[in-house]
Design a protein around this ligand. Structure first.
Ligand code: NAP
Length: 287
């Protein structure tokens, strides 16, 4: 562990709640293994204080900040500017300190792609994708896949207005997109035939481990890749059932790590070692 002193650079994460966030453990491990005199602190923020907090972090010299639920969208109005990727996603998870103030970026989508392609060797080009949900993480994931030239993205969601907004953004990027509600008969055909199914809903997240999105996993077969953005539990019911059908599966821990790596690189210009980080985070989750 670093010894905090007058030269220690400050970084951290703002959100609420933060009790279960793995980011402090991950980012402080990165600083530690590179021997950087920096620290990453969880900063629980209440909504009425958000604007003051941003001004305070700036005044205190914070060199980098992550943003998580529920502030990824609301924070944008307090920033000097945002990157084109954060703009199209409509959310920010990383603040970058520049001369004129904090700028916002979004590393969730790139982190998802790096985890997906890096860990499985999966190639997005020309693939048929199903995204379950159309919230903030679905936007990051769907837009990033659209940038990588997938063939078509189907969005299944209760709130069809939200799904339609994301579909129109995806279409603007030149990729075909279609929206469905959960009762649409096409859901079964897509469950059986799509190349990649991604759960971006919280269904199955601890403590509701018995839940899963309402799709029939018995229709799945080997050759399909099923990804759940949830990482607690490490294996959701959806992934367990999909694995039982012979599908390749991936949980959300890789995305969490890779979005954090990208933020770290933006702040420090250094690439952290990933050796042992996954097992360290898994151990923290099992504590
Ligand atoms: P969000 O913006 O609130 O979106 C949640 C989505 O899930 C919405 O589309 C919502 O549908 C749908 N949903 C929620 N409850 C549902 C239910 N009972 N039945 C059907 N659909 C339901 O949340 P988010 O930020 O995208 O996060 C979603 C999940 O991704 C969480 O589990 C989060 O932990 C995980 N996540 C993981 C990472 C990572 O790094 N691995 C990063 C971000 C998020 P409606 O629009 O119809 O309400």
């Amino acid at each position: 562990m670093i010894e905090v002193n007058g030269n220690t650079k400050l970084t951290g994460i703002i959100g609420n709640p933060l009790g279960h966030s793995l980011s402090p453990l991950m980012q402080n491990t990165f600083f530690d293994t590179l021997g950087l005199n920096s620290i990453y602190i969880p900063l629980k923020v209440t909504p009425e204080n958000l604007e003051q907090v941003i001004a305070g972090l700036w005044a205190l010299g914070f060199s980098g900040v992550n943003v998580t639920i529920p502030y990824k969208e609301e924070i944008i109005k307090y920033l000097t500017g945002i990157t084109p990727e954060a703009e199209i996603i409509g959310a920010v998870n990383t603040l970058i300190r520049k001369e004129d103030g904090f700028w916002g970026d979004n590393t969730d989508g790139r982190g998802f792609i790096n985890a997906l392609t890096g860990e499985t060797g999966w190639v997005p080009k020309d693939k048929i994708i199903v995204i379950l949900g159309s919230g903030g993480s679905a936007r990051a994931v769907g837009i990033s896949l659209a940038y990588r030239g997938v063939k078509k993205i189907f969005l299944i969601n209760r709130n069809l207005k939200k799904a339609a907004e994301l579909a129109s953004t995806i279409k603007r990027l030149g990729v075909s997109a279609e929206i469905l509600d959960w009762e649409n008969p096409l859901v079964n055909k897509l469950t059986a035939e799509s190349d990649l199914i991604i759960n971006t809903t919280p269904l199955g997240m601890k403590p509701a481990n018995g839940q899963m999105p309402p799709i029939n996993t018995e229709l799945m077969s080997p050759g399909q890749l099923i990804v759940d953005l949830i990482y607690n539990p490490l294996e959701t019911r959806l992934l367990r059932e999909a694995r039982g059908r012979g599908c390749r599966v991936q949980n959300g821990l890789g995305m969490l790590i890779h979005q954090g790596v990208l933020s770290f690189e933006i702040w420090t210009g250094r690439r952290p070692s990933l050796a042992g980080i996954k097992s360290k985070l898994e151990a923290a989750l099992n504590d």
